[in-house]
Design a protein. Structure first.
Ligand SMILES: [Zn+2]
Length: 351
């Protein structure tokens, strides 16, 4: 049987590999034996590319103090805003480390900055890093840093993580919850979307609330992208997409990457890996039924979430292909899901 490669909409392996300290060691090789992904296991699974998230966490003590963002039972549902100076400083440091690592001739991966580079890397079976910032706190109001990060290789931007910033509002970690919460994009958020369109940067709406989603749908000229999410009608997490949102993604010829995060796949919202692959397949069949297989891909969230028991890390990904074959999908449809849809959206968005 033909070996099918994967292109993934989201992982947090950079965040798991690099301690969030400015003096961290170089990002080489990628991952560790403890992370869900490392360069060697990615190669074995034919995992040949992904949007690799650069994600900045607030310092623990800042989060611990913010009672406003906690439920009565002290559960953190909405992290507080992140200090943009901290975000900028740490994002710069991570970019510098990635660029230094890439210059090493032994480096097993490459940053993909153009569609041709991405295709060439896949043909040579070399792992592509598509640099993605998850949560735009490091981007200033004037969008000056966007220009610099673009030159450094940024090709995808998540407007928000699950917290507010100057561009828009994220959804809380509520299960059950509702994506329709809070205000939409700010005027700066709409400018950011248009500038990303002009530069050829993917605008990722994962973690964005529903009003923000519709604002992007109106403002953006590019295919709509949600890199890691699932179906709200199958599992009522505030992170998931309603059927109307899914249809809008398809109408724009965009893509939703289905997450492997069990808490967003399970109707009960539990962090419980049991039967995770079954839940994933139920979301896949529901989403493909209403918007077609052309608009669905993988959005694993490896190294950032709770994985199904059957897919605890990247080397087990071929089990997902087996599950799709068992569910009766054609080889052509499996290839679309595994990498071709993501490549199409990237080709249409980058220029
Ligand atoms: Zn995320």
């Amino acid at each position: 049987m033909k070996k099918i490669p994967f292109f993934d909409g989201h992982n947090d392996t950079i965040t798991q590999t690099l301690p969030q300290k400015l003096s961290a060691p170089p990002l080489f090789p990628l991952g560790t034996p403890q992370t869900h992904i490392d360069a060697q296991r990615a190669q074995q699974a034919h995992y040949l590319g992904s949007l690799f998230a650069i994600f900045i966490e607030a310092d623990d003590e800042e989060e611990a103090d913010s009672a406003d963002y906690r439920t009565a039972s002290n559960q953190l549902i909405m992290p507080p805003p992140l200090d943009p100076r901290l975000a900028r400083q740490r994002t710069d440091a991570i970019f510098a480390q990635i660029l230094r690592a890439e210059r090493d001739p032994q480096c097993p991966w490459r940053i993909a900055r153009t569609y041709d580079e991405l295709q060439r890397n896949m043909q040579e079976e070399r792992l592509s890093l598509v640099l993605h910032i998850e949560g735009a706190e490091a981007i200033d109001f004037e969008l000056n840093s966007l220009e610099l990060y673009y030159q450094a290789g940024l090709r995808s931007l998540g407007l928000v993580w699950s917290r507010p910033n100057i561009f828009g509002n994220g959804v809380p970690f509520e299960r059950p919850g509702n994506p329709d919460c809070g205000f939409g994009l700010t005027p700066a958020g709409r400018r950011l979307v248009r500038r990303c369109n002009e530069l050829g940067i993917i605008v990722d709406m994962a973690h964005l609330n529903e009003k923000g989603f519709w604002d992007v749908a109106k403002a953006s000229a590019a295919p709509l992208v949600v890199s890691h999410s699932a179906s709200y009608s199958m599992a009522p997490s505030a992170r998931n997409l309603t059927d109307a949102q899914l249809r809008a993604i398809a109408d724009s010829d965009g893509i939703v990457g289905i997450t492997l995060h069990v808490a967003d796949l399970r109707p009960d919202g539990q962090y419980n890996p049991r039967r995770g692959l079954e839940y994933f397949m139920e979301h896949l069949s529901h989403i493909a039924e209403i918007i077609g297989i052309d608009h669905v891909g993988l959005g694993s969230d490896f190294d950032g979430a709770c994985m199904p028991e059957e897919l605890p890390e990247v080397s087990k990904l071929p089990k997902l292909l087996d599950a799709m074959r068992e569910a009766g999908l054609s080889e052509d449809d499996i290839e679309k899901f595994a990498y071709r849809n993501w490549l199409r959206v990237i080709r249409q968005t980058w220029h």
